[in-house]
Design a protein around this ligand. Structure first.
Ligand code: HEM
Ligand code: SF4
Ligand code: SF4
Length: 690
């Protein structure tokens, strides 16, 4: 089932990748740097956030005003910074979502990679609240809605004995303390956890790509700055808790689940969030990846050069003190719990050379799944069947989607494909071997589509080794025009490898003659239009979903009633006067004149408008011993017109009679917010309006 989802997802993702390959070329394809781009957007958020913080006033009265000052009075810098802060945060969510989707679709989350995936999930729980607390700080109408809805969500959890949402119903209750808490979470608490979380997330990865290429950084910054200037982020009106905006421009990147609260109970929303998180947590084991044999070190052939440890993309190799008494200082040791069996270490081992005549080919490190010796045998056997003067051997990674198709498409009398685990598995001397022993006239190394290596670094290392920029490199005697990389063309995907094979064949030197070579940098006419289109589309998407479509909080013509109070119901039985005898039996410090049970009865509350019941519920007392107050909190939408409101409460929860009632004709204008409270001193209900 999940395999089906992955295949279906790839059908959507692959064309997007190809499109971006056309414009950016795979070396700059943003889809190959999604994690790094997310971090980069956080950098923009941090820098712009520092500027905002300098001018921000952490108080109920000062917050809105200070943000307005930045937006309008200092629009040329503060306003741009504010917009950059918002848009970079939104952009980070897009790249983060794509990053997660891509890792899942291309099966880069299972096996020993589970750690990066599992540590990624809590990052979502840090990033989203980071955005939410940011919206809170602006203290505009949206912030009020965010604060109220967040508090309603939190109230559902059995953490607070008092309702938190009550703090956001009127100005009198709201204190600066909440602001200080939010500012602390937004500016210090959550960012610190996020930095730690990202560090943990990439801990097991060797050389994680933390920074995107400079061109992508510049392009993204320009796109976000242009968006900030063209479409500045604005506040949505000062908070006035006596009125309710009928609609709000919602940031769908951070507040996606909030509208659900209009129709769902907080319990269902929590259910959705925890259920999704649990599914994500267990995804690496749905189903678990079949363990392939991890790389094996042959100490007899390991000289402790550490190239394998440098090249292993998953940090599975550690150089340890020599254990066999040989004159070398260190030896390679593989941790099977980290090894992804990619074979890249064999490609980096200087002892993996097929030229040995007299000894068995056993490199310092090898993949039991496909040993270097087996590869050499296959090469020698199969290449025998090739004919002609333009024979080509294609080494192709077996783990990418098109590898099976590639063989049936390419193999003929002059061409043979040899599947290897990853292009990075092939030690460069094998290319030299194939050409110098006349097994073939040309060699193609076909990697994963767009150079986006299934094993992270295999494509990079291969390109550098073939270009003679990284050890072990291709020997100088190998003519460059006899070797081609399948992902070198900007718009290449494995489906295009046949084109690369044909181009190599055409360019092969005939006899001692021509040396045409493969045109490696054809002018790409798509570069400018595609990159421009992608940046514009990205900026539009960021700006659009940060306020559109508007969320209808209440329908036009409606008003809102918030029912909010706590009340301690009657005790389960009356207090009893203790007799003198009973008092004497008690220790002197325990003597109280009355014996009262702790437990209280539930309370029943009914609210109606013109005789129609709007709300009716029985609320149990809080506390472990059921001795606390019962909390009533409900937000209701009613028609905005004059109406007879009735509220009744029974403090023993059982009887149909009411102990406290209030009935009053109330003129409720559309958009007005009325709060129904219980005055504990006066022991009566109050309808609070502007
Ligand atoms: C704040 C959010 C996140 C940031 C900044 C981030 C960043 C990164 C970076 C920089 C890498 C290394 C990429 C490389 O060099 O190959 C990475 C790898 C990875 N990330 Fe994230 N990530 C985030 C969230 C997530 C989430 C939510 C998930 C999934 C639940 C996830 C899954 C993975 C996986 C599976 C890898 C390993 C890929 C591999 O082994 O090839 N990440 N992430
Ligand atoms: S690359 Fe080969 S020789 Fe060098 S440390 Fe690793 S296993 Fe040993
Ligand atoms: S097979 Fe791959 S993951 Fe395992 S040790 Fe070698 S390079 Fe590292």
């Amino acid at each position: 089932m999940l395999k089906g989802v992955q295949i279906a997802g790839q059908l959507v993702f692959d064309p997007l990748r190809r499109l971006l390959d056309r414009g950016f070329g795979h070396r700059l394809n943003p889809l190959n740097f999604l994690g790094a781009l997310t971090i980069y957007f956080f950098w923009i958020v941090l820098v712009s956030g520092i500027w905002l913080f300098i001018f921000f006033k952490t108080s109920v009265a000062g917050a809105y005003e200070s943000v307005e000052y930045l937006t309008h009075e200092q629009w040329y810098l503060g306003g741009v910074m504010r917009s950059l802060h918002r848009y970079a945060s939104d952009a980070a969510i897009i790249t983060l979502a794509l990053h997660m989707i891509k890792e899942f679709l291309y099966d880069r989350h299972r096996g020993n990679r589970w750690f990066s995936w599992v540590t990624g999930v809590p990052l979502l729980w840090l990033v989203i609240p980071l955005g939410i607390t940011g919206y809170w700080l602006v203290w505009d109408q949206l912030a009020w809605y965010v604060a109220l809805t967040s508090a309603e969500l939190l109230d559902w959890l059995p953490i607070f004995s008092e309702s938190m949402a009550r703090n956001f119903l009127s100005d009198e209750v709201l204190s600066d303390r909440f602001f200080t808490l939010m500012a602390f979470l937004h500016l210090i608490g959550l960012p610190l956890f996020l930095v730690f979380g990202i560090w943990l997330h990439v801990l097991r990865i060797n050389g994680p790509r933390i920074n995107p290429p400079r061109a992508l950084m510049a392009g993204s910054l320009i796109a976000m700055t242009v968006l900030s200037v063209a479409y500045p982020a604005l506040s949505q009106g000062e908070v006035d808790m006596t009125t309710v905006p009928s609609s709000l421009g919602l940031d769908w990147y951070y507040l996606l689940v909030y509208p659900l609260m209009k129709h769902w109970s907080p319990g269902w929303v929590w259910g959705l969030l925890t259920g999704t998180s649990l599914l994500l947590f267990v995804a690496p084991w749905m189903p678990a990846q079949r363990n392939r044999a991890s790389a094996i070190v042959d100490l007899d052939n390991c000289n402790g050069c550490a190239r394998c440890a440098d090249d292993c993309p998953f940090g599975a190799i550690t150089m340890m003190e020599r254990s066999d008494g040989k004159a070398y200082e260190t030896e390679a040791v593989v941790d099977p719990a980290l090894c992804m069996s990619c074979g890249i270490c064999t490609g980096s081992c200087p002892t993996a050379t097929p030229f040995r005549r007299h000894s068995v080919l056993s490199p310092g490190i090898d993949s039991p799944d496909m040993t270097a010796a087996a590869l050499r045998e296959k090469l020698l056997e199969d290449s025998d069947k090739l004919e002609g003067t333009h024979r080509i051997i294609v080494f192709s990674c077996r783990d990418h989607a098109q590898s099976a198709r590639l063989k049936s498409r390419l193999d003929d009398a002059q061409t043979m494909t040899v599947a290897i685990i990853c292009a990075g598995q092939l030690p460069p001397p094998f290319i030299d071997f194939a050409l110098s022993r006349d097994l073939a006239d040309g060699v193609v190394l076909a990697g994963c589509p767009g150079g986006d290596c299934q094993y992270r670094l295999g494509a990079d290392w291969t390109a550098l080794r073939v270009a003679r920029q990284r050890d072990p490199h291709l020997r100088k005697r190998v003519e460059s025009n006899r070797v081609a990389l399948g992902w070198q063309e900007p718009w290449s995907a494995c489906g295009d490898v046949s084109g690369i094979v044909a181009a190599l064949r055409e360019s092969l030197p005939v006899g001692t003659g021509g040396t045409a070579g493969i045109p490696s940098s054809r002018r790409n006419p798509w570069r400018v239009p595609v990159t421009a289109f992608v940046y514009v589309a990205f900026a539009v998407m960021v700006g659009w979903l940060s306020v559109w479509p508007r969320f209808q909080l209440i329908d036009e013509g409606n008003a809102m009633i918030s029912l909010s109070f706590s009340y301690a119901g009657q005790r389960i039985r009356e207090c009893r006067q203790l007799t003198q005898e009973e008092l004497n039996r008690l220790a002197p410090n325990m003597r109280k004149p009355q014996d009262c049970p702790r437990e209280r009865l539930p309370i029943r509350v009914v609210l109606s408008s013109n005789g129609d019941t709007l709300y009716e519920d029985i609320k149990r007392p809080t506390g472990l011993w059921k001795d606390g107050s019962a909390n009533i909190y409900k937000r209701l939408t009613v028609a905005g017109r004059s109406q007879k409101l009735f509220i009744g409460m029974n403090e023993s929860g059982q009887s149909p009679e009411f102990d406290f009632v209030l009935e009053q004709e109330v003129d409720l204008a559309p958009g007005e917010h009325l709060v129904v409270e219980f005055d504990d001193i006066q022991k009566s209900f109050v309808f609070k309006q502007d």
